[in-house]
Design a protein around this ligand. Structure first.
Ligand code: ADP
Length: 689
C-alpha cells in the first residue's frame, strides 16, 4: 500500500507506546526486543492500514514471522478492541491456541485468562469481561455462531494457519464471508497463511457488492510479511531405511557429535513414536559419554505446560535440544534456536474412506510442500541443514504428492453438515464454499445424520430436538447421540456421561510401564467388566470421581492410571452435565442404570450402531464390519485383545490404522439390539454380512 496517501491518524485508533519505564525487568526488555526483530513488526503500519481499508486481508509470511503472535497485538494496540470488543485468532489445533495465548500474555505482561485468553473444546481460560485477545480453535468459534450468528462481540477474526485447510477452517471461512456481508463496516477478517494460496483466499472474500467496498477499493487484499530465509542444505538417504525411528535417533546423535551448535527438530508422525524415540535416545545418552549434553524433548498435543516450557526456553549453556515433534512444529508453532531438521516424511492424518465409510487416523507420507516447510524450519535464523529420512528418488516420485488435499475433500463431512444445517443453510450443494466438497462425501454425511435421527429424511432439515442439540454439543455426532439418548430414552445419564467423557478425553486411561507389566495388568483387572472397554472406562471414571480430590493423583499412580486423562474426563463430565441441564434435561442427568448394564450398552449402541462388527467365525479372533465386511483387528489396549472367548457382536468408538486396521473402545452388543435401535440401517445393510 502507498502509505503516503493516507493520514495515519485516521486509521490508527490509538497510538502504540514504544519503550518501557525504568522499572521494567531485563526479561521484559528481551521480549520487547524479540518482538521488534520479527518481520511482522516492520509491516505493522501497512497491516493496520490494510485492515482499516479492506474488509478482508490475507496476510502471507513464512512461519515464525510473527503472524499469530503479533497481528492480534497490533490490532489491540490500534484500538480494535475498544468498546469491549474482542479480537479473536483461530487455530486448527488446540495445542497451538493454548501455546500462543501463553506467549502473547507473557509478551503483554498480563496474567493468562485476563486481557489475553484462550478457549478450546472443554477448556476455557478467558474472561467474558476482560479478555480482549482470544485464541480459539476454528471449531470453538464456529460453535459460538449457534448462539450469536453475527459473532457480534468480535471486531476482527484472524483465521490463522489457513493453508492447513482443515474442515473447520474451511467451514469457518464460509460463515465469516456471510457475516462480513451482513455486518458491513464494523467487522474484519484476516486470513493468515504460510503458503502461496493467498490469491484463492483473496478471491473468495472479494465481493462485487458495492455497498460494502469503499468505491475506489476492493473488499479484499493481500499483504506479504516477508522475512529473511537462510539457505538450507538438504540431505537425503541413499537407500530407504527400514526403521525410521532408529534412523531418526541415529541422525540426531550424529548431528550432535559432528555438527556445530544449534538445536535439532525431528518430525515424527505421532505421540507414541515420539515417546518411543525419546526413550531410545535416553538409553543411548545413559550409556555414552559423547551424548550427555544432548537433551531430548517432546512436542505434541496434550503435552504438559512444564514440558512445553522446556521446549521453548533457551537451553543451558553447552546443552543441545533435540525436539521430537508432530507436525505442530511445521508451521503452527515456532521454536527458536533450531538449526537442524530431521524429517521422517510422515504425518498422522484423518482420512475418510468412501468405500468403507470409515473415518480413521492413518500414518501417511507428507506432501512436497510440507517437506519444504519442514526444511524451512532449519533456516530461520542462520543457514541450516535438513536430513530427510527418505531418498531423493522417493521425494521426487508421486509417493510425495505436490500438495496436501484439503480436508473438505477427504474427511467425513458430518460435523460440517450438522453445523451448516443448524445455522439454517438448507441447500448444501449450492452453498458458497471456498472449495466445494465431493458430492459423495456430502451425501454420505447426510445419510449418516438421517440414520442417527438428526436429520428428517423427508424435509432434509435437522430434527427439532436431537438434531439441534447435537449441533450444540462439542462432541462427534455418534457420541452426542449416546449422550442425548441416555436422558431421552435409556435413563442411564450418570454412566453414559462418564462413557462419553472418557471417549472424548481420548479413551484408554491405563498405562502399562515396561518394568511393572504384571502389576499394572493386575490393577486393570479390578476395573474390567466383561461387557467391554467402554464400561471398563465408566467404572474407572466413576471410581476416580468417588476418590477425594486431594487423593486423586496418588490413587491414579497406585493404579497405573493417567491422572491427566481422568482429570480431563472429569472436567468434560461437568461441562456435559451443565449443557444437558441447559437443554432442559436437568431432571434426568442424575439417572443411573446401577448394575443394569444392559440399558447402558444399548445406549452406547444407539450412537455407535454404524460401527458394528461381527466376530469372524473362521478364525475367532478378528472381526468383520457389518456395514461393508472389512476385516479389522482388536487393538492391543482393548480388554478383548487377550480374551479367549470374544463376543460375537461388538460396537466400537474408534478406528486406527498402522500396519493393520484396529478397532478401539469396544463394547459387546446383542445383534437383536442393533435391528431394534436402527431398523432402517440394519434392514438395508444386513445383506452385507
Ligand atoms: P507465525 O505465526 O508467523 O508462524 P508466530 O507469531 O507464531 O509466527 O511466532 C513468532 C515468534 O514468536 C517465533 O519466532 C517465536 O520466537 C516466538 N514464539 C511463538 N510462540 C512462542 C511460545 N509459545 N514460546 C516462546 N516463543 C514463542
Amino acid at each position: 500500500c502507498d502509505m503516503g496517501q493516507v493520514d495515519e491518524g485516521s486509521f490508527i485508533r490509538s497510538y502504540y507506546a514504544d519503550g518501557f519505564t525504568a522499572g521494567d525487568t531485563a526479561s521484559k526488555m528481551f521480549l520487547h526486543e524479540q518482538r521488534r526483530r520479527l518481520p511482522a513488526f516492520k509491516h505493522r503500519m501497512e497491516l493496520l492500514y490494510a485492515v482499516e481499508k479492506y474488509l478482508a486481508v490475507v496476510v502471507v509470511g513464512e512461519p515464525g514471522s510473527g503472524k499469530s503472535t503479533q497481528v492480534p497485538q497490533f490490532l489491540y494496540e490500534a484500538g480494535w478492541a475498544a468498546g469491549g470488543k474482542v479480537i479473536v485468532c483461530t487455530q486448527p489445533r488446540r495445542v497451538a491456541a493454548a501455546m500462543l495465548a501463553h506467549r502473547v500474555a507473557e509478551e503483554m505482561d498480563v496474567a493468562l485468562g485476563t486481557t489475553v485468553g484462550y478457549s478450546v473444546r472443554f477448556s476455557d481460560v478467558s474472561s467474558a469481561e476482560n479478555t480482549r485477545i482470544k485464541y480459539m480453535t476454528d471449531g470453538t468459534l464456529m460453535h459460538e455462531c449457534l448462539a450469536d450468528p453475527m459473532l457480534s462481540k468480535y471486531s476482527v477474526v484472524v483465521v490463522d494457519e489457513a493453508q492447513d485447510r482443515s474442515l473447520d477452517t474451511d467451514t469457518l471461512l464460509a460463515l465469516l464471508k456471510k457475516i462480513m456481508k451482513k455486518r458491513k463496516g464494523d467487522f474484519r477478517v484476516i486470513i493468515s497463511s504460510a503458503s502461496l494460496d493467498a490469491e484463492r483466499f483473496r478471491g473468495y472474500f472479494e465481493t462485487n457488492d458495492n455497498t460494502l467496498a469503499q468505491p475506489e477499493h476492493n473488499t479484499a487484499t493481500i499483504l506479504s510479511i516477508s522475512g529473511r530465509i537462510f539457505p538450507v542444505d538438504i540431505h537425503y538417504l541413499t537407500a530407504s531405511c527400514e526403521n525410521y525411528l532408529v534412523a531418526a535417533t541415529e541422525t540426531a546423535t550424529k548431528i550432535h557429535i559432528s555438527e556445530g551448535p544449534g538445536d535439532i527438530l525431528i518430525f515424527l508422525p505421532g505421540k507414541n513414536e515420539i515417546e518411543q524415540a525419546i526413550s531410545t535416545l535416553n538409553d543411548q545418552i545413559d550409556s555414552s559419554n559423547n551424548l550427555d549434553s544432548l537433551l531430548p524433548l517432546a512436542m505434541y498435543a496434550g503435552i504438559s505446560a512444564e514440558k512445553q516450557k522446556l521446549v521453548f526456553d533457551p537451553p543451558e549453556r553447552g546443552i543441545r535440544k533435540a525436539i521430537f515433534s508432530t507436525n505442530v512444529a511445521e508451521t503452527a508453532v515456532t521454536i527458536d534456536g533450531v538449526v537442524y531438521v530431521v524429517d521422517s516424511g510422515l504425518v498422522k492424518r484423518r482420512i475418510f474412506d468412501t468405500d468403507t465409510n470409515i473415518d480413521r487416523l492413518a500414518t501417511l507420507t507428507i506432501s512436497k510442500s510440507s517437506a519444504k516447510q519442514r526444511a524451512g524450519r532449519s533456516g530461520r535464523t542462520r543457514p541450516g541443514k535438513t536430513y530427510r529420512l527418505y531418498t531423493r528418488e522417493a521425494y521426487l516420485s508421486s509417493l510425495f504428492p505436490e500438495h496436501e488435499i484439503p480436508e473438505i475433500c477427504r474427511v467425513s463431512l458430518v460435523p460440517m453438515v450438522l453445523m451448516l444445517k443448524a445455522l439454517g443453510v438448507s441447500n448444501l450443494v449450492r452453498f458458497d464454499y471456498l472449495q466445494p466438497p465431493p458430492p459423495e462425501l456430502l451425501s454420505q454425511a447426510l445419510e449418516l445424520l438421517a440414520e442417527l435421527g438428526a436429520i428428517d429424511s423427508g424435509t432434509g432439515e435437522l430434527t427439532p430436538k436431537l438434531g439441534l442439540h447435537l449441533a450444540e454439543l462439542p462432541l462427534s455426532p455418534e457420541l452426542g447421540v449416546c449422550l442425548l439418548n441416555s436422558v431421552r430414552t435409556f435413563d442411564c445419564a450418570k454412566e453414559a456421561i462418564s462413557a462419553v467423557s472418557m471417549l472424548a478425553a481420548g479413551g484408554d486411561p491405563f498405562f502399562v510401564p515396561g518394568g511393572q507389566r504384571s502389576e499394572a495388568l493386575e490393577d486393570k483387572r479390578d476395573f474390567m467388566v466383561q461387557e467391554g472397554d467402554v464400561l471398563t472406562f465408566v467404572n474407572t471414571h466413576l471410581a476416580y470421581l468417588e476418590t477425594p480430590a486431594r487423593m486423586r493423583v496418588k490413587w491414579c499412580n497406585a493404579h497405573f492410571l493417567s491422572h491427566r486423562m481422568l482429570d480431563q474426563s472429569a472436567r468434560i463430565h461437568r461441562q456435559l452435565e451443565a449443557m444437558l441441564a441447559r437443554m432442559g434435561y436437568h431432571n434426568r442427568i442424575r439417572s443411573s442404570c446401577g448394575r443394569d448394564y444392559k440399558s447402558l450398552q444399548k445406549c452406547i449402541a444407539s450412537g455407535l450402531f454404524a460401527n458394528a462388527a461381527r466376530l469372524d467365525p473362521s478364525d475367532g479372533r478378528r472381526y468383520r464390519l457389518i456395514k461393508n465386511g472389512l476385516v479389522v483387528d482388536i487393538h492391543p489396549s482393548s480388554i478383548f485383545f487377550a480374551a479367549d472367548c470374544k463376543p460375537n457382536y461388538v460396537v466400537f468408538a474408534q478406528v486406527m490404522e498402522t500396519t493393520k486396521v484396529y478397532i478401539r473402545g469396544i463394547s459387546a452388543v446383542d445383534p437383536a439390539w442393533l435391528s431394534e435401535i436402527a431398523p432402517h440401517y440394519y434392514s438395508a445393510k444386513q445383506s452385507n454380512t
